[in-house]
Design a protein around this ligand. Structure first.
Ligand code: GLN
Length: 456
C-alpha cells in the first residue's frame, strides 16, 4: 500500500509506467494468507518489481514502447519474469522505454516522456528510463531493464540508483523482444547493491528456451557479498583496479570527472591498488556498436509485418499491408536504425561496414581481455555527463549516440558491469547523481557485487 500510494502520487509527473497492474493488492493479500497458513512464500515474497515494457508479461501489455505492439498481450511470461514470480515477487507494472530499446533518454517512446525524479525537467536516461526512475522514486523495490549498449547502466547513473548489466548469456533472453541479439541482456535495478544482487540471483541461469543462455554455474551472489567484511579498515586490500584512461579525457563533463576522481580515492582508502590502463580501441566502440546494433535490428524487426503481431493497417494488398503497418507502427528513430542497418548489411557495403565493425569488435574483446588480466576490475564513468534537459538532444542523434561512449564497449565484449552512485555534480543539493561503472571478467558478477557492496 505504501508503494502504491507513492506511485499514485508521483506518477502523474514522472510517467515511469506504461501500464500499472490492478492486481497488486490482491496478490499481496494472497501472500499474506499463505503466510498465515504457514505455507512457503519464497524469498521475494511481496517484493514489487517493475518490468521494462520490452519484456513479455502474461496478461499485461508488452508494447516495447511502440505503436506497432500497442495492443499486444503476450500469451507467456519471459523467463526472467517467470523466475521472479515463482520466488514470490509481484509485477507492479510495465515501465516506459525508448521504442524497442533504441535510444538513450526515453524520449523515443511512442507513448510518453518519463521525467527524472531528481529534476523533472531532465531525462531519466535510457532506454530503460522508466525502470530507473521507478526505483529512484521508490515506486517499486527493484526493476528489470535491458542493456544492449548501456540501457541499464546509463539511466542508473542519471537516476542515482544501482544498475547491473550481467555477462551476455547469464540471463535468459526468452521473452525479451530482440533489438540486437548478440548484445541484448536483461539487467537489474535496485536502490542498493544488495537488492540488485538478490534480483540477479533470481533471474540468472541456463534456460533451454534461449539457445545463447549459458550453462555456467550460478553462484549464490547474495552470500558472496553479504560475507564481505565491512569492519576491516582496508576491506579491498590488494584488489587491482584499472582506471580506463580514455574514459576520463576532455569529452567528460567536469562534474562527472570530479565525482569519479572522488570515487577513485575512496577505492584507494579501501585498500585497492590503482593503475591507469589504456584501451586503444576504445573510441572505435561507438561506430562499431551503432553499425552492428542497427544491422541486427534491421533483421530482428522484420517480424513486425502487421500479420504476426500487433497493429495491422487496413490494406487490400499484401505488400501495402506490410508497408503501411510498418510505416504507421514504427517511430522515426526505429525507422532510421532499420535503414542504417539494412544499408550496412547490403551486398555492396557489407565488407566496408558490417564486416569491419565485427573486426573492431574482436579488437575490443582482446583489449579488455588483456586489461582484465592485469587488473581485477576496470572502472570508468557510466556516462560522460549527468542527466540533461528533456528536449536537449532529441533532435541531434549524433549527440545522443555520443553519450553511449562509456557503455557500448562492454556489450561488444559481452562482459558484466555494475553502475553505482558515487556522488553528485557540484551545486550542493541541486547537484545531479553520477554513476561509477565497474567492469569485471565474464561471469564474475559476484566480484562486482562484493566490491560494490563494500564501496557503497
Ligand atoms: N542507447 C543505445 C542505443 O540506442 C543503447 C540502447 C540499449 O542498451 N538498449 O542503441
Amino acid at each position: 500500500e505504501t508503494y502504491l500510494s507513492r506511485l499514485k502520487l508521483t506518477e502523474p509527473q514522472l510517467k515511469s509506467f506504461i501500464h500499472v497492474s490492478n492486481n497488486v493488492l490482491k496478490e499481496a493479500q494472497s501472500i499474506d494468507d499463505k503466510i498465515k497458513r504457514n505455507e512457503n512464500v519464497g524469498p521475494l515474497a511481496g517484493v514489487l518489481v517493475g518490468v521494462k515494457d520490452n519484456i513479455c508479461t502474461l496478461d499485461m501489455p508488452s508494447t516495447a514502447g511502440s505503436k506497432v505492439l500497442e495492443k499486444y498481450r503476450p500469451p507467456f511470461d519471459a523467463t526472467a519474469v517467470k523466475r521472479v514470480k515463482e520466488l514470490g515477487a509481484i509485477v507492479v507494472g510495465k515501465t516506459n522505454l525508448d521504442e524497442f530499446g533504441m535510444g538513450s533518454s526515453t524520449e523515443a517512446s511512442a507513448f510518453q516522456v518519463t521525467a527524472n525524479p531528481w529534476d523533472i525537467s531532465r531525462v531519466p536516461g535510457g532506454s530503460s528510463g522508466g525502470s530507473a526512475a521507478a526505483v529512484s522514486a521508490r515506486q517499486c523495490v527493484v526493476s528489470l531493464g535491458s542493456d544492449t549498449g548501456g540501457s541499464v547502466r546509463q539511466p542508473a547513473s542519471f537516476c542515482g540508483v544501482v544498475g547491473l548489466k550481467p555477462t551476455y548469456g547469464r540471463v535468459s533472453r526468452y521473452g525479451l523482444m530482440a533489438y540486437a541479439s548478440s548484445l541484448d541482456v536483461i539487467g537489474c535495478f535496485g536502490s542498493s547493491v544488495a537488492d540488485t544482487g538478490i534480483l540477479l540471483s533470481a533471474i540468472s541461469g541456463h534456460d533451454r528456451l534461449d539457445a545463447t543462455s549459458s550453462k555456467h554455474e550460478v553462484p549464490d551472489f547474495t552470500s558472496q557479498f553479504m560475507s564481505a567484511v565491512l569492519l576491516e579498515s582496508k576491506p579491498l586490500k590488494g584488489l587491482r583496479v584499472g582506471v580506463i584512461r580514455e574514459t576520463l579525457d576532455d569529452g567528460v563533463d567536469s562534474g562527472v570527472k570530479s565525482a569519479i576522481l572522488g570515487a577513485v580515492s575512496h577505492l584507494e582508502e579501501l585498500g585497492c591498488t590503482l593503475s591507469e590502463v589504456s584501451l586503444p580501441s576504445f573510441s572505435l566502440g561507438l561506430p562499431a556498436y551503432y553499425i552492428l546494433a542497427s544491422s541486427e535490428s534491421s533483421s530482428n524487426l522484420s517480424r513486425y509485418d502487421g500479420v504476426r503481431y500487433g497493429n495491422q493497417a487496413a490494406a487490400d494488398e499484401l505488400n501495402a499491408l506490410y508497408g503501411d503497418s510498418r510505416a504507421k507502427g514504427f517511430g522515426p528513430e526505429v525507422k532510421m536504425r532499420i535503414l542504417m542497418g539494412t544499408y550496412g548489411l547490403s551486398a555492396g557495403y557489407y565488407d566496408a561496414y558490417y564486416k569491419r565493425a565485427q573486426q573492431v569488435r574482436t579488437l575490443i574483446k582482446k583489449s579488455f581481455k588483456t586489461a582484465l588480466h592485469e587488473n581485477d576490475i576496470l572502472i570508468s564513468p557510466a556516462a560522460p555527463s549527468a542527466a540533461y534537459k528533456i528536449g536537449e538532444k532529441k533532435n541531434d542523434p549524433l549527440a545522443m549516440y555520443a553519450g553511449d561512449i562509456m557503455t557500448v564497449n562492454v556489450n561488444l565484449a559481452g562482459l558484466p558491469a555494475l553502475v553505482l552512485p558515487c556522488g553528485l555534480t557540484e551545486g550542493g543539493l541541486a547537484g545531479l547523481p553520477v554513476g561509477l561503472q565497474m567492469i569485471g571478467p565474464a561471469f564474475d558478477e559476484g566480484k562486482l557485487l562484493k566490491v560494490g557492496h563494500i564501496f557503497e
